[in-house]
Design a protein around this ligand. Structure first.
Ligand code: ZN
Length: 249
């Protein structure tokens, strides 16, 4: 079940998608990304859980539009374990790691697997349930992901796209449910586009540097000259991440 928060913006698209996964037996549930601290969103999440026993909460990464509501967790899920990479978000549970399996019910299919997908941020994970991947901000339903700086890394991000693409190739991922935007039914094509797009941007950054651009703002004004004003700041972050990648190369 997807519950979209009412926090639309250029960076969150239509708003943050929280997900409530129902167990096969129907008596337990798992929540992925509580989202922003909005009263209506909290009511919608709790209504989606209903009288099921909420067995766990998984945080895909640190950003406030995913994590903020954990700040009030004492008020709405005080006993529920929170699974997160960063110690400051993990609760009643050790920080999660790649390959970890988290059970949320008694049936064999009531298990998700954590897949480390750093890049957007260092602590970004995706969550695989059956053949559906809950991708957080690693893959979005529209456009492409911003690699934040300094929390993220272009090198890590390219490796994560590779990891996901391989899982699609072997049939382990068939659908992607992103934290922003609509469901992705053609993950192979989308991941291929992401890889091509990122490689093109890196090449454009190299060319801008070769042409004499110096500093992130000058590079941004060349490579991202067509972006709308409200995402110019995000473009600057991604340029900083790309400059770090290009200079380490
Ligand atoms: Zn994010």
């Amino acid at each position: 079940m997807r519950i979209q928060a009412d926090n639309p913006s250029p960076m969150t698209l239509d708003g943050t998608n929280s997900y409530v996964l129902d167990s096969a037996g129907g008596s337990t549930a798992l929540l992925i990304d509580p989202g922003p601290e909005l009263a209506e969103h909290r009511s919608a999440l709790l209504a989606a859980v209903g009288d099921r026993d909420l067995r766990g909460i998984i945080l895909t990464h640190q950003h406030a539009d995913h994590s903020e509501m954990l700040g009030s967790i004492e008020a709405w899920a005080p006993e529920v374990p929170v699974h997160a990479v960063l110690e400051r978000f993990a609760r009643h549970s050790e920080p999660v790691h790649d390959g970890q399996r988290i059970s949320f019910g008694s049936a064999a299919e009531d298990v998700v697997e954590v897949i480390a997908t750093p890049g957007h941020t260092a602590d970004s994970i995706s969550v695989l349930h059956g053949t559906t991947l809950y991708s957080g901000d690693t893959v979005l339903g529209r456009g492409t992901t911003v690699i934040t700086h300094p929390e993220g890394s272009v090198g890590d991000y390219l490796n994560s796209l590779e990891t996901l693409r391989s899982l699609v190739s072997v049939g382990r991922i068939e659908t992607i449910e992103p934290a922003h935007g609509p469901r992705i039914e053609n993950p192979a094509a989308v991941l291929d586009y992401y890889r091509t797009h990122r490689a093109e941007r890196i090449e454009q950054v190299r060319q801008a540097l070769a042409a004499g651009a110096s500093g992130a703002e000058e590079v941004r004004d060349i490579v991202y000259r067509d972006v709308p004003d409200n995402v110019r700041e995000a473009a600057l972050q991604i340029v900083r991440a790309q400059l770090e990648y290009v200079s380490a190369d």
